[in-house]
Design a protein around this ligand. Structure first.
Ligand SMILES: N[C@@H](CCC(=O)N[C@@H](CS)C(=O)NCC(=O)O)C(=O)O
Length: 280
């Protein structure tokens, strides 16, 4: 179990927002993540953990500073964990485009060079990070997961691939069908190779059809989102999930775009949804 180095700590809504760095055995790099410990955790109670996965170009700080989530985590008594979206560093392969390489790990384990050595974000967010969090912080083994855009894909995909590990999953403007949409096709071809049959393992719309554990799902999508519907086709996923027997709440929000203004507007209802699933 790797050691954590405290990068910063801020008191917010009576809890602690902390950034930590550590050596990751998944990525082979130094990784930075944020954790928010609500007042209840600081008072000595173990609390459930809500994982947030961010979208393209983000690190742990976008959600931390723009979503208004710490007030809700304090009120509900849950910890928040906010990882980076890729390995980073001068020695880590990158690409000039914003949608590949650093800031765009797509939460998969890459098999292709030059990405394969470091881009193992599936292992990092699904296994290494939860083990690290549960070893170092006052948390229970109750988990839930949500995310935005590429992180919405990550949240849905990780939840569906790990039945029973998460109480619920929710997403803002998620990439739900990456094998059929341009961002996903570009990234999966680079990270996983040209054989698109191998991409199915990370496509939520394909995974949901075969999933046995029916956890609750919530999706919000703005109808003024520049990436909707070309990159984001939530209705495709919702139809597949409902026909597989899942209970899905889907809200198309008039006038909202892809930004954190949209996320901040509906973050309360996502917390209430996860809190209900966690029995809070
Ligand atoms: N058009 C943007 C695409 C990136 C984007 O919209 N990223 C979203 C996630 S997919 C985001 O959260 N950006 C950071 C932020 O708004 O703080 C660009 O070219 O950089």
């Amino acid at each position: 179990m790797s050691e954590l180095t405290l990068v910063s700590r801020n008191t917010v809504f009576g809890g602690h927002h902390e950034r930590h760095s550590h050596h990751s055995r998944s990525t082979g790099t130094e990784m930075t993540f944020a954790v928010y410990l609500p007042p209840r955790a600081l008072q000595g109670h173990a609390v459930p953990v809500l994982y947030w996965l961010s979208g393209l170009t983000c690190n742990d700080e976008n959600f931390s500073t723009k979503a208004g989530a710490q007030r809700l985590a304090a009120e509900w008594g849950v910890a928040l964990v906010m990882p980076d979206t890729s390995p980073r560093g001068a020695d880590v392969p990158n690409d000039e485009a914003y949608d590949l390489g650093q800031g765009a790990g797509f939460y998969v384990n890459a098999t292709q060079n030059p990405w394969a050595a470091n881009y193992r974000m599936y292992d990092y967010v699904a296994h290494e990070l939860p083990a690290l969090v549960e070893a170092h912080f006052p948390v229970t083994q109750q988990r839930s997961i949500f995310g935005h855009s590429m992180g919405g894909h990550g949240a849905l995909m990780v939840a569906l691939k790990n039945p029973g590990r998460y109480a619920a999953v929710s997403a803002f403007a998620p990439i739900v069908n990456p094998t059929e949409t341009p961002w996903g096709q570009k990234a999966f071809a680079a990270y996983l190779g040209d054989d698109s049959a191998l991409w199915a393992d990370y496509d939520s719309t394909l995974l949901v059809a075969a999933a046995n554990h029916k956890l609750p799902i919530l999706i919000d999508q703005g109808d003024a989102d520049n990436f909707y519907p070309q990159q984001l086709q939530p209705q495709t996923f919702v139809a597949a999930a409902r026909s597989a027997g899942f209970t899905v709440e889907f809200n198309l929000r008039p006038g909202y775009d892809h930004s954190y203004y949209f996320i901040a507007s509906f973050i309360d209802s996502h917390f209430a949804f996860h809190a209900d699933a966690l029995g809070l």
